[in-house]
Design a protein around this ligand. Sequence first.
Ligand SMILES: *Cc1c(COP(=O)(O)O)cnc(C)c1O
Length: 494
Amino acid sequence: MYYVSTRDKNARVTAQQAISMGLSRDGGLFAPTEIPRLSKDDITALAGMDYIGRASHILGLYLTDFTAEELNAFANAAYGGGKFDHPAVAPICSLGNNHILELWHGPTSAFKDMALQMLPHLLTASLKKTGEQKTCCILTATSGDTGKAALEGFCDVPGTRIVVFYPENGVSRVQQLQMITQKGENVAVFAVKGNFDDAQTGVKTIFSDVEIREEIASNGYFFSSANSINLGRILPQVIYYVSAYCGLVANGTVKNGDAIDVCVPTGNFGNILAAYYAKKMGVNIGKLICASNSNNVLTDFITTGVYDKRRPFHMTTSPSMDILVSSNLERLLYHLSGEDDVRVSGWMKQLSEEGVYEIPGDMKSALGELFAAGFATDDEAAATIKKVWDEQGYLMDTHTAVAYTVMERYRAATGSTVPAVVASTASPYKFCDSVLAALGEKCGGDGLALVDTLEKVSGLKVPEGLAALKNASIRFETVLEKQDMAKAVVEYLG
Ligand SMILES: *Cc1c(COP(=O)(O)O)cnc(C)c1O
């Protein structure tokens, strides 16, 4: 298997190189040159395995430069040993025809763990195999969930350092506490005065600054990324879509070969891109349903073929989806355009210079065949949380509620009776304030007090990592002006 840059097909690399580099030098993302296939018999075989078995097999199809023993060891280290608080790792809770795929049983209670528990193993092994001598410094800008999941994944991993930047007032109190109490000798966390875009732009600037690169190189470091532009983030996400299908086959909900739909609460388009790869592998996914909040740039793109980021940025109750430039869409454009790297480069240039681009008619139809799209406002998502809790006793977080709302609306509009997998991306405990408000609970206090309130109201067990925040001491209190981010990194790497 080889991987090529979406902006230059001739930039062909192995999986190990793609994972080590994160982003191609030309600014493109690495995409597979072919997508491996699963037969009906393969699905039957996988249906009989546990999550670790499925993970080893699926990664093996993409990561042909690793041995089966290596991948099995990585899968055991990532998903075994009690790291996830559910034996199925990614269990399914069926509510009628909606099958909620719970992706938040990992150490930080958001779906980012599904990939970020695996990425450090893939990355350190790739660095070893490619003969890299320097220490890898992971730079991450986060709107809340990626930061903590990356810190947890890379905590005390030899040969790595990790620096996380979060917007000072842009994350929930629980998310902030998770990050600023992070343990480990190789970690640093900074608040940035500004919003998520400021933090993200700061990180991109550091990445592309040749002087800084040379300065840290002389100290024995190089930068890499734990954001979903890294191939090592996307591939582990393909596993749970295949696994979900196998799980539904194994428990008799669907017959092997029958179709399911998949609905994903979407921000950077990484999660739903993984579902697209699962479909291309041969898992019978009918429609890929892309759910957005009021930042509905993707809803418009999928329905009109015009991507237009020139619109107001909304702060919503599903902050991990507050994004106007979805990086991973570039990989989909590459595949749908018949791997036309020149046209993809053109659209990306137009997007950064003019804020808008439009795909041609044949691509629009292909897009419409594969995808459906919709969005839900904060009020609509809150109403869904309350309705599903009252009627079915199931509590979901705000991001999952966006997807659930869009899924129900899709069914009502199309009359579809196809079973649907709804990706559930965070524990309701991560967004206590919005979830409690949705339930109509009046509550004072913030942060950890709300965790207790939600526990009383819902009767659900508080995830271990969040319960432990009560006794955790704060380690990182520095707040930076955005223009001082580079200086902070250089000083930290000393
Ligand atoms: C990151 C995140 C998303 C968006 O996922 P993408 O892969 O960026 O589309 C949705 N929900 C939650 C809770 C997240 O943390």
